[in-house]
Design a protein around this ligand. Sequence first.
Ligand SMILES: Cc1cc2nc3c(=O)[nH]c(=O)nc-3n(C[C@H](O)[C@H](O)[C@H](O)COP(=O)(O)O)c2cc1C
Length: 314
Amino acid sequence: MGFDFSQPRFLLAPLAGWTDRPFRQTVKRFGADLTVSEMVSANALVHNPSRSLRLYEKSPLEDPYSVQLAGSNTETIAQAVAILNDEEGIDIIDLNAGCPAPKVVRSGGGSCLLQTPALLGRLVETIKKRSQKPLTSVKIRLGFNELNGIELAKTCEAAGADFITVHGRTRSGGFSAPVNYDAIGEIKAALKIPVVANGDIDSYEKAQWVLAHTGADGVMIGRGAMGAPWIFEQLKRGEADLSDALRFSVILEHFDNMLHFHGQRGVAIFRKHLHRYTKGFHGATAFRDRINRIDNPDEARVQIAAFFAQGVAA
Ligand SMILES: Cc1cc2nc3c(=O)[nH]c(=O)nc-3n(C[C@H](O)[C@H](O)[C@H](O)COP(=O)(O)O)c2cc1C
């Protein structure tokens, strides 16, 4: 399947540590138009391909599928692209130009690229030239400290990007400054390629408002999907909440997928998801205390099933 913007698209954001294959697979069931891997360091991919493969290995449901690379060296990015070229089922290679994590910024990648538009352009050009996948995309913020989103976006467009996603904050804005949707709209108006709007979109009404206000061609959802992989069904159709019974069966299925993919380690990795899933439930604190001390998959499954069964009955 290809990927286009003939209608507004709803994308799952890359979320390092969260959007692994089991989570993306769960989200995909509810209609996300595009899933994106967690950020994959180009350097790590080149030096230890099999380890990085775990980050971007996809579920057969993920069609179309995008892999996000992070890096700042054109030669390393070219080598990483060559590795991805040998992998089937990837439709898009995305470049991370937004990650604010100090470790990534120190290495010159992620949001550091917002300060070096010429380098950003060369990296996008390299991906576009070397990639044998249908599309090249970039995920940017509005700037590092100051707003220079239009310049950055135009640089990406001129370098050959097929579409861009704009997280409507600067790097200094972190994850909590108000999202500047006007600035996303200005970028959209200045470009010919499609623009996806991102930041604090967590409901049907908000998604519709952002699409109308910015003129964007799609929306990308990150934190709104944590603890709510079913959000895409609601975002796209504006339907009322799903039944508790369905939610709980999805949570158990997510847990089973975790074990299948991560083995026994999946029990510990699933805890952060469980913390989200149990938010607002009666007895959640005691349940989290209990589950944090359980490493045995069978025991964990019994506890999870019992907790949510009681939720349905209540
Ligand atoms: C835990 C976490 C991990 C993230 N990892 C990535 C990443 O790997 N690549 C990336 O481009 N953005 C990453 N982001 C940023 C999100 O993709 C998104 O741009 C941001 O959270 C704003 O969207 P939201 O309000 O819908 O969450 C991450 C954000 C969070 C909270």
